[in-house]
Design a protein around this ligand. Structure first.
Ligand code: PSU
Ligand code: MN
Length: 304
């Protein structure tokens, strides 16, 4: 496929893809809007180091100067941590490109970038999905649309903790997105390892994950795949503790009339407040864990 001229591959990324060497992509909304400063910048750098430790070229994705960049230089990553960066999904992408604003990409926009660039694996914290009020306000993340359309495997610790997990899994099934557990039979619940909901299949090694991904990609009509990687046990929070913090955060959001794209960043901040920052440490730990697994899977794919 010819790549559009508004897609800008970093030279190192283009070179690796040309030689079929493993590349792992990272989204940037979690950097710009999901974590507080300065932890966001530390994390953005750290996951790139992890990718390299595992023998992959890292490609953090963001919009800068009217182009969708795949692979960022050090000072471009820093730009994402300056307040005022747009949160970009599939619907506001063209406007942010056209106006030349700086934009952080969600899972949806990052999957689009990966698909156009030819990157097969990408890591995030948690995907977006069906919000608890979706029956009334239709708040369903464009991440699900992207998972149904783009041929990319996404490593996540489940879906964002603030979502309706049962409805999110149903929406993934409806869209034909395989949900594969890594070393686990249940869909992980972001801050905790279990949710009570089963995954479609389980794999226990990066090589097994690569095998399932290859089978999926052998279907020309298949879209994306979700590889669900539970938070490391030593960083997991108690389900009760996190449920209580989420409920309190949702009460705060309703009281302040927070809506649409603003909901996630607001709730994450409120949850951090209500857990005394334990949620923040858990979030960082699972992001690093997902980066490592994604890199190992990308490498296993390249070795096949
Ligand atoms: N999960 C987190 N932190 C985040 C996100 C997810 O723990 O910052 C971001 C991801 O970029 C995801 C996006 O794609 O939130 C989904 O937002 P929305 O529900 O508005 O589509
Ligand atoms: Mn949403």
């Amino acid at each position: 496929m010819t790549r559009p001229d508004w897609l800008a591959l970093a030279p190192e990324v283009a070179e690796a893809l040309r030689h079929s060497e493993p590349v792992v992509a990272f989204e940037s909304t979690v950097i710009a809007h999901g974590l507080p400063r300065p932890r966001n910048l530390e994390l953005a750098r750290r996951i790139e180091v992890i990718a390299r430790e595992e023998g992959c070229v890292p490609a953090t994705v963001a919009i800068l100067g009217g182009r969708l960049h795949v692979g960022l230089a050090e000072e471009e990553i820093t730009q994402l941590t300056i307040p005022g960066v747009a949160k970009v999904n599939l619907s506001n992408l063209p406007a942010v490109l056209a106006t030349g604003l700086t934009g952080a990409t969600t899972v949806a926009a990052t999957m689009l970038a990966c698909d156009l660039a030819g990157i097969e694996v990408f890591a995030t914290g948690g995907i977006g999905g069906v919000h608890p009020n979706a029956a009334e306000d239709f708040d369903i993340s464009a991440d699900l649309t992207a998972l149904s359309r783009f041929r990319v495997s996404v490593v996540s610790a489940g879906a964002k903790a603030i979502l309706d997990l049962s409805a999110t899994l149903q929406a993934l099934e409806t869209r034909g997105v395989p949900v594969i557990g890594f070393g686990i039979d249940e869909f992980p619940a972001f801050y905790s390892r279990t949710s009570g909901f089963a995954v479609d299949a389980r794999v226990d090694t990066p090589a097994e994950a690569a095998q399932v991904i290859a089978a999926h990609r052998a279907n020309p009509h298949a879209g994306g795949l979700l590889l669900a990687n539970p938070i490391p046990p030593e960083h997991a929070l108690e389900a009760d503790e996190i449920a209580d913090a989420i409920a309190r955060a949702q009460t705060d959001a309703a009281a302040q009339g927070i809506r649409g794209r603003e909901v996630t960043p607001f709730l994450l901040g409120a949850i951090e407040h209500h857990t005394g920052s334990r949620s923040l440490e858990a979030n960082i730990a699972l992001l690093e864990n997902n980066a490592r697994l994604a890199a190992q899977v990308a490498k296993a794919i390249a070795q096949r």
